[in-house]
Design a protein around this ligand. Structure first.
Ligand code: ATP
Length: 514
């Protein structure tokens, strides 16, 4: 199965099992907007808890807030979004399809890396056991040729982005002979800038309605509350403010399911530090955030850092955490050193002094900021891509199983009476009543046990508990484990401890803290 087919199956699975639906589907949906279903909302909430707890519970000096989506319009002038929150767009004149010019070039560069990988695989087959990959990469003229072309384009691309040179961006697309995937032609328009913010009116037009924006990032809600939190919480540098909330971007090209949406959710943490200490903290947060990702157990090799080619107007260092999605390594999270840009600009635009009095240094200054910014939805897609597995079983049957880390699984335990009679459903309900205060549990009595197992595998439930006639005699049940499919006999009194030992969030958090 190709990665593309796998991705298609994943999207279909998300819908079939109540994880994600297209928004307003009965009206044929709305571009790049999605709704979360009964299982999706549980997974999403668990992702948010994992992040929130890792920030607020694990750090004495991080507190949370929940700011409004609407903000004073001046906020977005100060932050630079009104002037500079643009993406470069380009249209293909034949297909009339619109693309992000930077993404076209990035995809071209990724293809060069794939080409190199293919050369390596070919050589490996040719040379067999003696193959030395490092030596091959260093000496193969074919590889050298691809690398030098890619590096030359990379340099031109980074320069074009940094100089805001849209003509050069178009020239790179032409020189790389990039074609529109739909029309197959190179008939491109010029590259233009496109502002990504959605705007609306506040107040009635009669009393002079003003244009306000739907926030394109949650960070500004934190910056404008810096003083409020610092004073009321009597916070001392370094300290952080965390927030989870919706953000909106009128993305030019919405593709790849929930990877790029027009309405999405962010989890952001702004960490305020002394000027001059930002690089130390930036490195520290890179490590902490990578540990958070790796604790999920999807394989360290599937994550990497990717430093930005173009620093945003506010940043002096920036890197992305990328995950190996079925469509290649892509950004899940950004870790940015934002200097004193935001607080400094709000100070200038609001006329209010936004500073910190440092008792040790005996002076006041505008703190520097290191931020970690991750999309809930992108994280959701990351987990689903990693968890979705098709397996052939020993008896020839196939199963689809979502290997979601147990603390994030939508449902923790499915309790099933073997038959719908003889008092078995009553015992099953008793077990549910014992577990439901701490865990998400479900009851299922329909179809054969095998079918019920398959249904739970498909939504990632870590434990199935079957109540049978022996239960009535000795108060034991069969516990079946999702990943290994192993079964064991467990006393009802032991169930709570067993479930807790796998599904409690503290197990994941302990790995982050380690
Ligand atoms: P991209 O380069 O993919 O457009 P970005 O660098 O603009 O992303 P940031 O502004 O750094 O993204 O946002 C931080 C995080 O928010 C991203 O790492 C991503 O997880 C999430 N995010 C940003 N835009 C979207 C979107 N349109 N849909 C879903 N998640 C998003």
């Amino acid at each position: 199965m190709t990665q593309e087919e796998l991705f298609k199956k994943l999207v279909a699975h998300c819908k079939e099992y109540g994880f994600i639906f297209p928004s307003s589907e009965i009206y044929d949906g709305l571009g790049a907007v999605y709704d979360y279903g009964q299982n999706g909302v549980e997974l999403k909430n668990n992702i948010k808890s994992y992040w929130w707890d890792s920030m607020v519970k694990l750090h004495e000096n991080i507190v949370g807030i929940d700011a409004a989506i609407f903000m004073h319009p001046r906020t977005w002038e100060a932050s630079g979004h009104v002037g500079a929150f643009n993406d470069p767009l380009i249209d293909n004149k034949d297909s009339k399809k619109r693309y992000r010019a930077d993404v076209l070039v990035e995809d071209w560069m990724a293809k060069q890396d794939e080409k190199i990988q293919k050369e390596v695989e070919k050589a490996r087959k040719r040379f067999g056991e003696q193959f030395d990959e490092a030596q091959y990469l260093a000496t193969s003229p074919r590889v050298a040729d691809i690398v030098s072309k890619r590096d030359a384009v990379h340099k031109r691309f980074a320069d074009a982005l940094n100089d805001n040179n849209l003509d050069e961006l178009k020239q790179i697309i032409l020189d790389c002979e990039i074609v529109c995937p739909i029309s197959g032609t190179r008939n491109w328009t010029d590259v233009r800038q496109f502002n990504l913010m959605f705007s609306t009116q506040m107040g009635s037009t009669a009393d002079g309605a003003s244009t306000i924006y739907l926030r394109p990032e949650t960070a500004q809600g934190i910056f404008v509350n810096y003083l409020n939190v610092q004073k009321t919480g009597r916070m001392k540098l370094p300290f952080g403010i965390a927030q989870i909330g919706k953000a909106f971007r009128n993305e030019i090209v919405a593709r790849q399911f929930i990877f790029r949406m027009r309405e999405f959710e962010q989890m952001e943490m702004q960490f305020f530090v002394q000027p001059g200490e930002e690089m130390k903290w930036w490195n520290e947060w890179k490590n902490t955030r990578m540990a958070w990702h790796r604790a999920l157990g999807f394989g360290d090799e599937n994550y990497r850092f990717h430093d930005h080619d173009k620093l945003a107007h506010y940043a002096n260092a920036a890197t992305d955490v990328e995950y190996n999605f079925p469509f290649g390594f892509k950004e899940v999270e950004g870790i940015h050193s934002r200097t004193d840009f935001d607080l400094g600009r709000h100070q200038e635009f609001s006329g209010k002094k936004i500073q910190y009095f440092d008792p040790e240094r005996g002076e006041s200054y505008v703190p520097y900021v290191v931020e970690t910014s991750i999309g809930v939805d992108r994280m959701f897609l990351q987990i689903m891509s990693a968890a979705y597995t098709e397996e052939k079983l020993e008896n020839g049957e196939e199963r689809v199983v979502l290997r979601i880390p147990a603390p994030l699984a939508p449902t923790k335990v499915a309790v099933m009476p073997l038959v719908k009679k003889d008092g078995l459903p009553e015992v099953a309900r008793e077990i549910i009543d014992m577990l439901r205060f701490d865990f998400n549990v479900t009851y299922d009595e329909k179809d054969s046990i095998g079918k019920r197992y398959r249904r739970q595998d498909a939504v990632g439930t870590p434990f199935c508990v079957t109540v049978d006639h022996q239960t009535l005699e000795d108060r034991t049940v069969t516990v079946r484990h999702r990943d290994s499919m192993e079964q064991e006999r467990v006393a009802i009194d032991e169930l709570y401890r067993l479930v807790d030992s796998k599904v409690a969030m503290r197990h994941l958090l302990a790995k982050v803290k380690a």
